[in-house]
Design a protein around this ligand. Structure first.
Ligand code: GAP
Length: 488
């Protein structure tokens, strides 16, 4: 039976080897915020590169974008986040700890993402038997109330021009707000997508699961615009494409599945949604969301057409949002500023949108968990990360067998040559076996060792992380040998 990886093993390895640290650790730490160390930042960059490569670079129908995190306040009114992006919470009367009602109901801290607030409010909630996860008191909760998830901040130095702004809770809205710009400045034609990777922020109520759910995180989102009526076809296309991406990058199929959202789970903008789920070793070891793929219909573009019509009212209201209602939709909305004119069919419409939305941190965690392995080698435990080569933070370790007889000089030359092509690491400290183990634990696919034979025949050993097999390779063949084996 396959060994089950525990989250503690991953957290401990991440700290020990410099993948991930608690934020502000020297001040005692900041809850649910994490920093990526020297190995972690390489892993995360490789996850982003692999996503960009698959979703943008290798396709002819997707272009990229990088939007600012702060956006016009009306964006979040139009998108529905100001009014609807909230969790239903209840406060324990004994200890004042606030907990998400759906998490109380399910006794599963790490389970669901945000369910629609309308559906949550409409439900009957009997909390009389529920236990406070903080102090253990039973049934002593306040009435459920909405808790807003967007972080607020102020923009502007003077009282007169200061505005309340929101840190974006998803990167998607920057894409919708630039839909017209991209249409007008590129040759894209529907069907096409706009992709972006960037930070998002949510004042999550429940955290406590390492980098699985944090208050600041990175998303990789694609908004794929298509003609209404073709949306189901593209939904299926993206479900398959995104599921396959994880498998191609080495996640074991038995740890991945697709799950359709139930009606009351759907976000306020979605007609249908499916999650790619991974068997994370959290809490009960249950399936958890890795990525959501939603059919957002024409909701967002239509809402932003209403948002634009609200601008005058917003200025009249001294740029305060409190009492502003979003303007009604124009009767001729289908020919509005965010509509699309199809040259061939000679018709105008508001496109539908299929959105695959992945979490970079959550993917990095899944790749770490899935790659983690322990085995016994000659009576000793060997920890290793069997990363797909594309994700490995370091591709090649270079060692002299011993620190004498000219071996370090030869190894340094090899290192200096190879590092122009791959991320390499030079190490001459301690026994060579220990150096191999350190690279195994970092997930480095290959280690090169310069030994006594090198001076005689200009060959070195190349050791494979997974099989631990070593082959001798001529030094002038090293680069092509590694390029071939790393597939780079
Ligand atoms: N634009 C759609 C959207 O934001 P979502 O399901 O709320 O949908 C998409 O988020 C993905 O972003 C999730 O599947 C998850 O991977 C990641 N994500 C969401 N909230 C997160 C959090 N608090 N911490 C880490 N990742 C998060």
């Amino acid at each position: 039976m396959a060994r089950i990886t525990k989250l503690e093993d991953i957290v401990s390895l991440c700290k020990r080897r410099g993948f991930i640290f608690q934020s502000s650790e020297i001040y005692g730490g900041l809850a649910s915020c994490y920093d990526y160390g020297p190995l972690g930042v390489e892993l995360k960059n490789n996850v982003k590169k692999a996503w960009w490569n698959s979703v943008v670079q290798m396709r002819d129908d997707v272009v990229g974008l990088d939007c600012s995190i702060l956006m016009h306040p009306l964006v979040w009114k139009a998108s529905g986040h100001v009014d609807k992006f909230a969790d239903l919470i209840a406060e324990c009367k004994k200890c004042n700890a606030r907990t998400r009602v759906d998490h109380l109901a399910e006794h599963a801290e790490e389970h669901t993402e945000h369910i629609s607030i309308d559906a949550a409010m409409a439900k009957e909630h009997d909390l009389s038997n529920k236990v406070c996860p903080n102090c253990g008191a039973v049934g002593g909760f306040t009435e459920p109330m909405p808790f807003k998830l967007m972080f607020e901040t102020q923009m502007g130095a003077n009282v007169d021009d200061s505005m309340t702004m929101h840190l974006r809770p998803e990167t998607a809205q920057g894409i919708f707000a630039n839909f017209r710009n991209v249409l007008d400045t590129t040759r894209v034609k529907i069907p096409f997508g706009i992709a972006q990777i960037g930070k998002s922020f949510r004042n999550e109520v429940t955290t406590k699961a390492f980098i699985f759910r944090t208050r600041e995180f990175e998303q990789a989102e694609l908004e794929f615009f298509c003609e209404p009526g073709t949306d189901e076809k593209w939904f299926e296309h993206w479900k398959k494409t995104r599921f396959d991406w994880y498998v191609e990058l080495g996640i074991k199929k038995e740890n991945l599945r697709m799950r359709d959202h139930a009606g009351d789970e759907l976000a306020h903008y979605a007609k249908s949604c499916v999650d790619v789920e991974y068997k994370f070793p959290l809490g009960s070891g249950d399936w958890q969301e890795l990525e959501g793929i939603a059919n957002r219909t024409d909701f967002d573009l239509r809402q932003h057409q209403r948002g634009i019509r609200t601008l005058n009212k917003w200025f009249e209201n001294n740029r305060l949002m409190d009492k502003i209602e979003l303007a009604a939709e124009a009767e001729d909305y289908e020919s509005g500023p965010l509509s699309y004119f199809d040259d061939e069919q000679k018709k105008r419409y508001i496109p539908y949108v299929i959105e695959p939305s992945a979490g970079i941190d959550r993917s990095a965690l899944a790749f770490l968990v899935d790659a983690y392995d322990e085995e016994e080698v000659r009576g000793e435990k060997r920890n290793l990360l069997r990363f797909h080569h594309a994700l490995a933070p370091i591709k090649v370790g270079v060692f002299p067998l011993v620190k004498r007889e000219g071996m370090p000089e030869i190894a340094k030359n090899i290192y200096n040559d190879l590092k122009r092509h791959f991320n390499c690491f030079y190490d001459e400290k301690g026994a060579v076996g220990r150096r191999y183990r350190r690279q195994d634990e970092a997930g480095t696919p290959f280690c090169i060792t310069v030994d006594g034979q090198t001076k005689e025949d200009n060959t070195v050993t190349v050791r494979d992380r997974d099989s631990m097999e070593q082959v001798r390779v001529a030094t002038d063949q090293l680069r092509s040998h590694l390029q071939e084996r790393l597939d780079m």
